[in-house]
Design a protein around this ligand. Structure first.
Ligand code: BES
Ligand code: MN
Ligand code: MN
Length: 456
């Protein structure tokens, strides 16, 4: 592995890390309106670095939401073109008091860097940029053609990038997409992700009385929207974890027997997962399916929060006029957000109890995807990963969603190589998110060697 680009990355590792910390200090939380300016600052940070390392046509592309970052370098005549994707937006950092070091003050501890966005996805985006910088420095150009497209709305559904990809496919002509926003199956085990769940994220709003009411004066006669909501939610899933929405499973395609048997030989310890990753007394879900099947290949439904009513300290005797529940469903290959939402909406309207009015709203959605693996880009990836990690690559799916990946296939006809370097216990979306420093380093190396192989 005597690649001069890898040598450049090794020599410059400390600088790469200190630059990443600068990016991590920008609180680019896409869902909170007060951080709109920070999202743009993160986009500008990336754009100015892309320019500095020699990418061309670098610009921010405005969307209805946060800007996209674009850059290209298209001078490798006769070589394939990669579309490099990642996201610079992050999830909110709360609960703040559970962070050992503050979320936007990146801190090194036990061989990790801790910060919101450390691994999801700024650390991985930075690994991509630093791989490009190293290749530029070592090759006087790149070993293949590259277009870079970073977004700032992945964590809120990715509508801006979806509209851009659908309307300007000619600006994104490429042969494959390189996505770094996923995990290794286990530390030290090179992994390619070949499937993601889709999702619909919804709000149920239930209204009862015309205003809040004294619960002594009216309790017994006035409808309570929280009770109604609880009744609706209780009917969405049965006690075995199966979703009760009629028709919800009609289009589900089970994994092939080859895929299932490959999953059986992955190093998965259910007891360790229960105790150390989940930390609950027992696991739940559909019987007859393994944990990996349940989280990768079966639809599911979760409630994220129920805003409204009285939630302060102490007691207040009120019947709230309205209640909200945030409910999402994860979807699997061959099912569609539009159909799933229609089925859900009509079921909820049917089961809503008397006396309340239910409004079923779709906040955002994303398609599931399954990636073809019989192509030279996947082969180049496994070759590069073997060199860097000394092991054969495992192919996994993930239960998470990256809405644009399905569109790369549908609108641009691109196979994706989902090469990511997170760990299952990196606490993404949770307090104390981290990125293992060694994986940042090996990630850059893997991306360098992959691009060199893909350009051969
Ligand atoms: N990077 C994650 C998705 C992911 C997580 C892939 C773990 C593989 C392993 C991504 O940033 C994410 O969190 N996506 C959201 C998307 C949603 C808001 C549309 C998700 O899955 O909740
Ligand atoms: Mn991500
Ligand atoms: Mn995320």
């Amino acid at each position: 592995m005597s690649s001069p680009a890898v040598a450049f990355a090794t020599e410059n590792h400390l600088r790469f890390l200190s630059e990443l910390k600068d990016l991590l200090r920008i609180p680019s939380i896409s869902t909170l309106p007060e951080h709109k300016g920070d999202c743009r600052r993160a986009a500008e940070f990336l754009a100015s670095e892309l320019k500095r390392i020699g990418m061309e046509n670098v610009r921010l592309i405005d969307t209805e939401g946060h800007p996209l970052v674009y850059g290209d370098w298209l001078h490798a005549a006769g070589k394939p073109t990669a579309l490099i994707y990642g996201h610079y937006d992050v999830q909110p950092a709360d609960p703040l008091d559970e962070w050992i070091s503050p979320p936007f003050e990146p801190t090194e501890r036990n061989g990790n860097i801790y910060a919101r966005g450390a691994v999801d996805d700024k650390g991985q985006v930075w690994a991509q940029v630093k791989a490009l910088e190293s290749l530029m420095a070592a090759h006087e150009g790149l070993p293949l053609n590259v277009r870079v497209l970073f977004e700032g709305e992945e964590e809120v559904g990715g509508e801006g990038i979806a509209a851009y990809v659908a309307s300007k496919p000619d600006n994104l002509k490429a042969d494959f997409a390189l996505v770094s926003d996923t995990d290794l199956f286990a530390d030290g085990l090179p992994t390619l992700c070949v499937g993601l769940r889709g999702m619909i994220y919804t709000e149920l709003e239930v209204r009862g009385s015309k205003t809040d009411l004294h619960s002594g004066m009216y309790g017994g006669a006035a409808p309570n929207p929280f009770v109604a909501l609880a009744q609706v939610i209780a009917k969405l899933k049965d006690e075995n974890g199966r979703i009760n929405i009629p028709g919800f499973y009609d289009d589900v395609i089970p994994p092939s027997s080859e895929e299932l048997s490959a999953w059986k030989s992955l190093p998965f310890d259910e007891e360790h997962y229960r105790e150390n990753e989940v930390g609950s007394k027992s696991l739940v879900g559909e019987s007859g399916y393994s944990v990996l099947e349940r989280t990768w290949a079966r639809p599911t439904l979760d409630v994220h929060g129920m805003p409204g009513g009285f939630t302060g300290a102490g007691a207040k005797t009120v019947i709230p006029a309205k209640a909200i529940a945030k409910v999402s469903m994860r979807l699997v290959p061959n099912t569609t957000p539009a159909k799933a939402f229609a089925q859900y909406k009509s079921y909820v309207e049917k089961i809503a109890p008397q006396g309340v009015q239910v409004d079923v709203r779709l906040l955002h959605s994303g398609d599931p995807c399954l990636i073809p693996v019989n192509n030279r880009y996947i082969q180049a990836a496994t070759k590069a990963l073997h060199e860097v990690w000394g092991k054969d690559t495992v192919f996994i799916r993930s239960g998470g969603s990256i809405p644009i990946v399905g569109d790369f296939d549908r609108h641009l006809g691109l196979p994706s190589v989902m090469m990511g370097f997170g760990l299952p216990d990196d606490n993404i979306h949770a307090p104390n998110e981290k990125f293992k420093l060694k994986n940042f380093e090996l990630g850059i190396r893997s991306l360098i060697r992959f691009m060199e192989e893909a350009g051969r």
